[in-house]
Design a protein around this ligand. Structure first.
Ligand code: MRU
Length: 352
């Protein structure tokens, strides 16, 4: 996978380093940050240079490989112990997206199962990171195409609302929720995307809108608080969002504001879908109350730009995600099919 194409790839392996699109600078500036150390990758994930559940997983996999190259010993047990520490460092970056933990676990499993010298294991780790990336791209394209089956027949051109950014930037490429929207656009079933701006980090206004404009997809940005009004005005035919972690009962964690959107959708009979790869399902968690919710720096809501917007003495609460209960979700669009949240558990043994 290289960067010489019109497609948006947030993570690129090139010349023995990882190039990350710096998502903190979009849309004003399209630039890359070169990462060649695992600690720099951890920092890039923490500061959201790379963000979005599947993209974090891909980045962490490369972070594991970079960490492996920093380990100097030829002793296998010592190497594995150090690699575990690299994984522990990367795991401390963001708690909610399970793809991070999934990718690190897969890299560690590869290292433990591979038979060979430390040098050979390092080579295999690079191949595994690349494989995770290639698989995620194919998975997103499959999600996009599966998503076509849930599109209502009428009207012929749909107005789809989405929240945050679950697009190419949030995955290896193509996107999950935005993947469904891309497929709908390709099939001429899309009239327009409504993108919630997504306070406080504005991933909808800054990233989803940017991605849509790159492809000529008509997009209207609204503030999060306008979504219910738009539904009441009959402006929205369906909602499709991504997910950071889905519990076994179908409860789904996604960017803060998703839960309110699902309640509004239910109240207005607007179908509400979650699009996510199987790697986002955490079958170890019985329900969404067990999903760890990241709390981020108060400055994200206390300031606009560098300017304080509140009087001194105010306290802030800044959860980055919320959990939408399964009963508000019509279905989960995965690469393996469109699944009712209540039927998810039947797939426990189908997971690769
Ligand atoms: O805080 P972020 O920007 O990493 O949050 C991203 C989201 O909530 C996305 O909707 C989710 O990761 C799905 S991405 C395909």
């Amino acid at each position: 996978m290289n960067s010489n194409s019109n497609q948006i790839y947030p993570v690129v392996w090139q010349n023995n380093q990882v190039l990350l699109i710096d998502q903190t600078r979009l849309p004003a500036e399209y630039s890359h940050v070169a990462i060649s150390r695992s600690s720099d990758m951890a920092q890039a994930i923490k500061t959201m240079i790379v963000r979005g559940a599947p993209a974090i997983g891909v980045a962490a996999a490369y972070g594991m490989y970079l960490g492996a190259t920093e380990i100097e010993t030829e002793d296998l047990q010592e190497f594995l112990a150090h690699l575990q520490q690299v994984g522990d460092l990367l795991k401390q970056t963001r708690p909610t997206a399970v793809n991070l933990f999934w990718a690190i676990a897969r890299m560690l499993k590869t290292a433990h199962e591979e038979i060979g010298t430390v040098a050979e294991i390092k080579r295999t780790l690079l191949q595994t990171a690349q494989q995770i990336q290639i698989e995620d791209l194919a998975t997103c394209q499959a999600i996009g195409d599966r998503g076509l089956t849930i599109l209502p027949c009428s009207p012929s051109k749909l107005r789809i609302l989405t929240h945050c950014n679950a697009g190419s930037l949030a995955t290896a490429g193509y996107g999950t929720a935005l993947g469904v929207i891309r497929s709908a656009w390709r099939e001429e079933r899309l009239e327009r995307v409504y993108a919630d701006e997504t306070r406080p980090r504005l991933q909808g206004a800054k990233l989803t809108a940017w991605e849509c404009v790159q492809e000529g997809i008509p997009v209207t940005v609204i503030t999060d608080s306008m979504a219910a009004h738009c539904m009441q005005q009959n402006m929205i035919d369906l909602v499709v969002v991504g997910a950071d972690r889905i519990a076994a009962n179908g409860d789904a964690a996604n960017k803060i504001g998703t839960y309110a959107l699902a309640i509004a959708a239910k109240a207005h009979n607007v179908p509400f879908y979650v699009a996510a790869p199987f790697s986002t399902i955490d079958f170890d968690l019985a329900n969404g109350s067990q999903i760890p919710i990241e709390e981020r720096d108060a400055r994200e809501i206390a300031q606009i730009g560098d300017t304080d917007i509140c009087v001194a003495g105010v306290e802030f609460y800044n959860p980055a995600f919320d959990v939408t209960p399964a009963n508000l979700i019509n279905a989960i669009i995965t690469e393996k099919g469109v699944i009712k949240p209540s039927a998810l558990i039947d797939y426990l043994n189908v997971v690769a």
